[in-house]
Design a protein around this ligand. Sequence first.
Ligand code: ADP
Length: 260
Amino acid sequence: ISYLVTVTPVRIASETMVICAFEDITEREFVTQFRRDFIANISHELRSPLTALVGIIETLEGPARDDPAARTRFLKTMKAEAARMSRLVRDLLSLSQAEARERERPEMPVDIPRLVAGVVDALRPVAKTAGVTLEIAENTPVPPIPADADQITQVVQNLVENAIKYDRRGKRVTIAVLPDDTGDMLRIDIVDQGQGIEPQHLPRLTERFYRVDPSRSRGQGGTGLGLAIVKHIIHRHRGRLGIASTLGEGTRVSVFLPRG
Ligand code: ADP
């Protein structure tokens, strides 16, 4: 616990007293530290592609100036590094928008089974390239629920993309939409047969930039912000996120959304 102590001398009649005021600033310090860490992380994430770009530009100006083969190779790397920066900026923007809207209650009726089917169709080419089978196992028709369609699209997209990314070639990703046992929630399950996650990582997965294997995540185009965005959006919808995983067998991510 941190305190801010303000000491004020006061004169009462002929006596001088000091008044000490104590203010609990634990929360404020925590927020300041959180911001500082977040900015340090962003700087670090932006610096590595920038360093790579500057290095390549210098090589292209100098030693590789008259080497067409090297030029083609370097241009490809430059494009990939620029794409990485652009994904990071896109996710930072999504995160800040998700945070800004967290207090507004979503009200538009959204047909979730249809939305999920649309996202899955859009991701079929990505799954095919990764050699992963994408399948909707169950898509129970349920009445529309109050939601923000763009945001729920982003949630499902991030989770299915992760399931594909962390799956293994030739494996399957299964998606299901079903009413939860309690009846007042709608449940979206995304199940993969990938490497799984060790239990000690589970509580930290939704933290910004937290990754189990940073080089694998970066290598596959991950920004480390996907699950943080998902968390904020689900929170805005007064929903819940569940992650269950068995190492070597796979992961099940469940999104629970209130039906009314
Ligand atoms: P990233 O951009 O790194 O994928 P996320 O916030 O989406 O960032 O996920 C955070 C981390 O959680 C990932 O780096 C990965 O280690 C782990 N993770 C997320 N989804 C899965 C999954 N389906 N299987 C295994 N690990 C996963």
